[in-house]
Design a binder for this molecule. Structure first.
Ligand SMILES: NC(=O)c1ccc[n+]([C@@H]2O[C@H](COP(=O)([O-])OP(=O)(O)OC[C@H]3O[C@@H](n4cnc5c(N)ncnc54)[C@H](OP(=O)(O)O)[C@@H]3O)[C@@H](O)[C@H]2O)c1
Length: 411
């Protein structure tokens, strides 16, 4: 008997999954020992023309899908928290494995779905919720089981990375680069989710749960988008041989998980320096292996379908596999590298506002300084004057030392 799947949604992701199941029939059958058939597709708008085979039930009524006589896997490729959450709950209760690409829904309800799935002995695939085609979730869940993760950093929003790359390479303003992203289909008409860091925030929460078995307090995670980055700041960074990247970061300090979603500067020895356009990348620092970086397409029809299909094979093979995928909650493990606390670019600040514990490395433009200090001092400064912007510099020490040397020689 074939494995019967339903796909909820037939947009970029849903269609990509459908086409990939068709184009990789043989591989799927070899891996699973059975054919995979798409039994049904849920849509919203009946008027749209779609290229779907006649034997597939195409419906706007989820009840028709959940009541099919055979249904093994439900793939969620629709948008938003609801009704996706209630659809997936029903699927699990019926005994189906579920796979989702819907990060907003999964960041809010992933914990509940995982618990329910455990009760019903089915699997939950969510590889596609973070960094599109990059297999970061399975890497953390399956391939780094014994390693204790110390920190994760990621460029996980392709739209923001595309805008920052355009601003630097083509010397465009933020509105110009955003307009281009919208024309190319990389940004939605309302880009808030991407450029204000909400999308990245959801992905950070999903990563944190997988890597550390818990999430930081949502209200305590700093979330800053890329809208504060001006052409002038891009120019300053360029001159210093740094690049702006929008980075999510999570690490454990004692019992606390510390997360942030914000623009940072990276030096040219950092793996994120060359991650450009809509590409994504994730760094995992763990105690045995050290730093590994995964890089690749963070979105798009087939990269995302790739993540879903790999989850589908896992679900189909589930009975032969280890069911205890989730890493246990581990003790804090000290960071040895990748720390965000060292050098910062400060913008909109006067020299006299800087306390003695913030040491100026260099003034790089009007009201713009590179400083060396600890994170707590920066937070204190921002509390006193919220119009000051700060950007941590990752892997910048060597660049700054080289710059100092060059300047000394010139003098
Ligand atoms: N696009 C990417 O590269 C990407 C990457 C990773 C994750 N994701 C996530 O994957 C999900 C799908 O993204 P997408 O880009 O494929 O979206 P999309 O192109 O806008 O397609 C959404 C599809 O879902 C259907 N739909 C939406 N709400 C529905 C509802 N309540 N009931 C039934 N059908 C509904 C729509 O139906 P109609 O066709 O009838 O309008 C459409 O077919 C989102 O959660 C997104 O965050 C996307």
């Amino acid at each position: 008997m074939a494995i019967k799947a339903a796909i909820l949604g037939f947009g970029t992701v849903g269609e990509g999954v459908y086409r990939t199941i068709q184009s990789h029939k043989k591989e799927l059958e070899t891996l699973l020992g059975k054919k995979v058939e798409v039994a049904a597709i849920l849509i919203q708008n009946k008027q749209k023309d779609r290229n779907i085979e006649d034997n597939v039930l195409v419906t706007t009524d989820y009840n028709e899908i959940i009541n099919l006589s055979q249904l093994d896997i439900v793939v969620d490729a629709i948008v938003g928290k609801d009704p996706a959450f209630s659809y997936l709950k029903k699927a699990i209760e019926r005994g189906c494995h579920i796979i989702t690409a819907n990060k907003e829904m999964f960041a809010h309800h992933g914990k509940a779905l995982l618990a329910l799935a455990k009760e019903h002995s089915v699997s939950v695939g969510f590889e596609a919720t973070v960094a599109g085609g990059i297999p970061i979730i399975q890497t953390l869940r399956q391939l780094l089981k014994v390693n204790r993760v110390q920190q994760i950093q990621g460029i996980v929003n392709g739209t923001s990375n595309f805008i920052l790359t355009e601003m630097r390479e083509k010397k465009q303003s933020f509105p110009e680069a955003l307009k281009l992203a919208q024309e190319k289909g990389f940004a939605e008409a309302d880009p808030t989710n991407d450029v204000e860091g909400f999308d990245a925030f959801y992905k950070l929460m999903i990563l944190s749960r997988v890597a550390f078995g818990a999430e930081p307090d949502w209200n305590k995670v700093e979330r800053v988008g890329i809208t504060s980055i001006t052409s002038e700041l891009i120019e300053v960074a360029n001159k210093l041989d740094f690049r702006f990247k929008h980075v999510v970061s999570i690490h454990k300090d004692g019992d606390r998980l510390i997360g942030s979603v914000r623009p940072v500067l990276v030096g040219n020895s950092h793996p994120f320096f060359h991650v450009e356009g809509v590409e994504n990348a994730v760094n995992v620092y763990s105690d045995i292996v050290g730093r590994i970086t995964l890089q690749g397409p963070g979105a798009g029809m087939f990269p995302t379908a790739s993540a879903v299909i790999e989850d589908l094979v896992y679900a189909g093979n589930r009975n032969q596999q280890d069911k205890h995928l989730d890493k246990p909650v581990t003790d804090a493990f000290p960071l040895t590298n990748g720390s965000l606390h060292d050098f910062y670019l400060l913008n909109g600040v006067n020299k006299r506002d800087l306390s003695a514990s913030i040491s100026i490395t260099e003034q790089v433009a009007d009201q713009t300084f590179i400083v060396e200090t600890v994170h707590e001092e920066i937070l204190r400064l921002i509390q006193e004057n919220s119009s000051i912007r700060y950007y941590p510099i990752l892997d910048g020490t060597q660049t700054l030392l080289n710059r100092k040397k060059r300047k000394t020689v010139t003098v």
